[in-house]
Design a protein around this ligand. Structure first.
Ligand code: SF4
Ligand code: SF4
Length: 64
């Protein structure tokens, strides 16, 4: 099954994560503004919409 992941070396910790808004299941989240985005793999179904919205290519989808 495909799931998204965040490349922490690329995530720029944007104050408003544009990729997060693209997620239909709210699987992408940030606990604090000064932390990178994370993925709740229970909610993620690998649609890859978030990967197209992150301006820094910080999100990838891979087979788990
Ligand atoms: S995942 Fe992308 S859009 Fe979201 S905070 Fe990181 S760099 Fe910004
Ligand atoms: S792959 Fe789809 S479901 Fe998973 S975090 Fe990205 S937008 Fe959300």
């Amino acid at each position: 099954m495909k799931k998204a992941g965040v490349d922490y070396s690329k995530c720029q910790i944007c104050s408003k994560c544009t990729a997060r808004k693209a997620c239909p299941t709210k699987a992408l989240f940030k606990i604090d503004e000064d932390e990178p985005a994370s993925v709740d793999i229970q909610l993620c179904y690998g649609c890859a919409k978030c990967t197209m919205e992150c301006p820094h290519n910080a999100i990838y989808v891979r087979e788990l």
